[in-house]
Design a protein around this ligand. Sequence first.
Ligand SMILES: C[S@@+](CC[C@H](N)C(=O)[O-])C[C@H]1O[C@@H](n2cnc3c(N)ncnc32)[C@H](O)[C@@H]1O
Length: 325
Amino acid sequence: MIPVRSVDDVMEMAHSYQKSMALFVALRLDVFSALAGGAADARALARGLSADPRNLSILLNAMVAAGLLAKAGENYRNTAVAQEVLSDGPRSMRSILLHHLNCWEEWTGLEKKIRGGRRGSGRPPDYQENFIRGMEDNSRERAALVAGRIPLRAGERVLDLGGGPGTYAVEWAKRYPDAEVTVFDTPETLRVTRKILREKGASRLVRLQEGDFLKDPLGGPCDFIWISQILHAYSEKDCLFLLRKVRQALAPDGRVAVQEFLLEESKTAPLGPAFFSVHMAAMTEGGRAYSASEVVSMLRAAGFRNVSADRPDHRGVRIVSGQVS
Ligand SMILES: C[S@@+](CC[C@H](N)C(=O)[O-])C[C@H]1O[C@@H](n2cnc3c(N)ncnc32)[C@H](O)[C@@H]1O
């Protein structure tokens, strides 16, 4: 094993479960044996494996990103290592790998076992606290970079939609004291946000607005709406609905910026967003990672103009911006 030497190594170690489960599910479905005889597309595979074609294609793309499958056009095939050890055959390792999948259940109860107790069920009570504080961990460094790249004009009204811990909102509010910056999020999340803002001494810098952005009015008019790491939790239909609502909440010269882990057009790279897409398929009803051109198309369909995407950072994070007029 490679020793952990940096924050990236720690994050890689923490996210490893996503690669394990994606591989286990592909094995359980027996994707690699289904491809042992030759290439096939997601639809044909889904029929043969009794799977959902959309979610199966997300999984297959991640397997391509991981180097276990290759893709030409719409067709997938096993790479040499997958053909040898993951499909049926004399050197197959399927049984021991499926045994490890059978151990997974026990692993989820590991903490309780270590504590000497028994396993329970449901979300742990600190789920939302860790989730929202985790968003702060993720965005701490990037917020300064983003606020430097997206300047505000005097006195602008900014809405950080699904702003979570408010990391980006606070960064803009600090740089532009005359801006009116609001974090819109659910009551459950804003309970945690309030604590984080108090701890940072930033409670007075931003306004908090409770609501469900799909159901409740967004307020406005706003000059700038920031939508960071939100779309991936929702289907294309819900994203488009939300972006239309966002456009309605903007002033006539308002602008929008969407930040996401974006896939390349093949949807098989980069590795991080490809696995993140599997994570969203597992965690949400309709979510997945999108490609830059998908987000560009959604913004255009919502009525935005001058839509363009910037270059990805080392984790595949990109910003797609647009204007009302
Ligand atoms: C992945 S976090 C991103 C947080 C922050 N924008 C960032 O980039 O660090 C998603 C946030 O969206 C919020 N959210 C998700 N669905 C929502 C909804 N329907 N209405 C309001 N907020 C929502 C969550 O509570 C959470 O704070």
